[in-house]
Every structure is written in C-alpha cells, then in structure tokens.
Design a protein around this ligand. Structure first.
Ligand SMILES: C[S@@+](CC[C@H](N)C(=O)[O-])C[C@H]1O[C@@H](n2cnc3c(N)ncnc32)[C@H](O)[C@@H]1O
Length: 245
C-alpha cells in the first residue's frame, strides 16, 4: 500500500464474519460498518474486490480466456519467448501483481511460483485464483500456479532449485499521460509501491541462474537496474528484455 491511502474492509452480502476478520488481520486494515472514503476491500459472496475513486477492481481470469483459447495463446509474445521442449517447465513470477502474465505461462504448461509482496494485491490475486479453480478450463491451468505472499528477493534466495525462467515486471516508472492508463491500473497503482530495489531484484534472479530472466519494460524505458540485456523483443506498447545468465 502506498503511504497515505486509507483502506478499510467492508463485509458485503454473504460474507462470513470469520473470513472478514481474517482478511482484516492479513492486510492490517480495520473492518468498517460502511464503505471507506478512499479505498475499500469488499468481501461478499462473489469474492473480494477493491473499490475506490469510483472504480471497482475484481480479478477475473475468465476475461483472459479469449487470449488462452482457440490457438491464440501461441501468438502471445511472452509465450513465444518462453517456448520450451521441456515436459515439465518451471517459472518464477517474482512480481505477480494480478497474475495475468503468470496465467499465460501456466497456460503454456509452466509450473509457476508467484511472489506478491503487497498484502492487498496478494489477497485479490488469491481470491481470483480460488474462483478460477472451479472453472472447467481455467481450473487445470491455475492448478499449476502457487502464490507465495512476500518479497521475492528473499523468496528467490530460499528456493532450492532454479526455475527455467524468472519473470520480472515491477511497476513501470510514472507515466506522463495518466489518462491513457486503463481503469484497473489506476486503482492498482494506488497500492503498488514504485520499485526501489531494482538491483536487488535482478541480482536475486541472476543468483538463481535460470535459463532466462525475462523483464517487461515500457517500449522506450530504461533497462531495469541499468542492466544491459542479452537481447530484446519489442511489441507495440512494451518490450521484453531477456538476460541469459
Ligand atoms: C506491474 S505489477 C505486475 C503485473 C503482472 N505482471 C500481471 O500480469 O498482473 C508489479 C507487482 O509486483 C509486485 N512487486 C514488486 N516488487 C516485488 C518484490 N520484490 N517481491 C514481490 N512482489 C513485488 C508489486 O507489489 C506489484 O503488485
């Protein structure tokens, strides 16, 4: 959570009192009788959502189905970049966010360990994954995803085995035209801290010696931690810098 953003928990229809107080302890925010003035985490029978600034954010992997099915997955840049002949490929997503990139990797057959350090984002992601587990198509994909709440710099250091791939997508530097950021991102950016540990993040990934470290960057953004990649693949709005340790 960024400093200064006030967050409360609100129990919507069908929420159990136990689940609400567990959530309150987990994210360190008080339970309120009414919606908060800034940000509110609402738990109801449909799951968890974040409400604020006139926007509602509820993670929904079903919205990603269009990109995963009917042969479209293989056209995804990230999937092309991580194509492998390994029968059991593994990946670490060290900056999970709402888990959409990790879902692409899992759909491509990777066993993915996701790290998310922000307690609110981790709670939203966990809820999204729980709902997706019941879906006939998504269930099998999400079964390959394991979420660990915490900082991936320490997390990666304690992994026993190097994954094939480490994926890094820390928050992009502030954009000038905020009107161009989609609504979901506007709300998420209220929670995300700008990445102040770029060098440590890349260093922890490098120390594990995976086959590839893939870093998502703005098309014309600086290299993460100033580290020159082995090669770069450019899309229309973003690019991937690839480090081969
Ligand atoms: C831009 S978002 C990632 C979006 C994600 N790729 C997706 O597809 O939804 C960056 C996320 O990384 C998290 N993060 C940044 N540094 C981290 C670290 N060292 N350990 C764990 N999470 C981190 C932030 O809290 C934020 O949620």
């Amino acid at each position: 959570m960024s400093q200064g953003e006030k967050l409360v928990i609100f129990a919507g229809e069908g929420a159990s009192a136990d689940a609400v107080s567990a959530l309150s302890r987990r994210v360190g925010a008080p339970v309120s009788e009414r919606m908060g003035e800034e940000l509110t985490l609402v738990l109801d029978r449909d799951g968890l959502s974040l409400v604020g600034c006139g926007l509602t954010l509820r993670g929904d992997f079903e919205e990603m189905l269009r990109r995963l099915t009917n042969g479209r997955l293989s056209h995804e840049m990230l999937v092309k970049l991580t194509k492998t002949a390994s029968p059991h490929p593994t990946a670490v997503d060290a900056t999970a966010g709402m888990g959409e990139d990790a879902l692409l990797l899992a759909a491509a057959g990777y066993e993915v360990t996701l790290f998310e350090q922000d307690a609110v984002i981790a709670a939203l992601l966990r809820d999204t994954m729980t709902r997706a587990r019941k879906h006939p198509v998504l269930g099998e994909i999400v079964a390959r995803m394991t979420l660990i709440e915490g900082n991936s710099i320490a997390g990666m250091a304690s992994l026993e085995k190097a994954p094939d791939i480490i994926y890094l997508d820390p928050m992009f530097p502030a954009r000038k035209k905020s009107g161009l950021i989609n609504k979901k991102l506007q709300l998420l950016q209220k929670l995300e801290q700008p990445c102040t540990e770029e060098a440590e993040l890349v260093g922890a990934a490098y120390a594990l010696k995976p086959k590839k470290i893939i870093i998502k960057r703005p098309l014309n953004g600086a290299f993460l931690a100033g580290r020159k990649p082995s090669y770069t693949v450019k899309g229309k709005a973003i690019r991937y810098d690839v480090l081969v340790p």
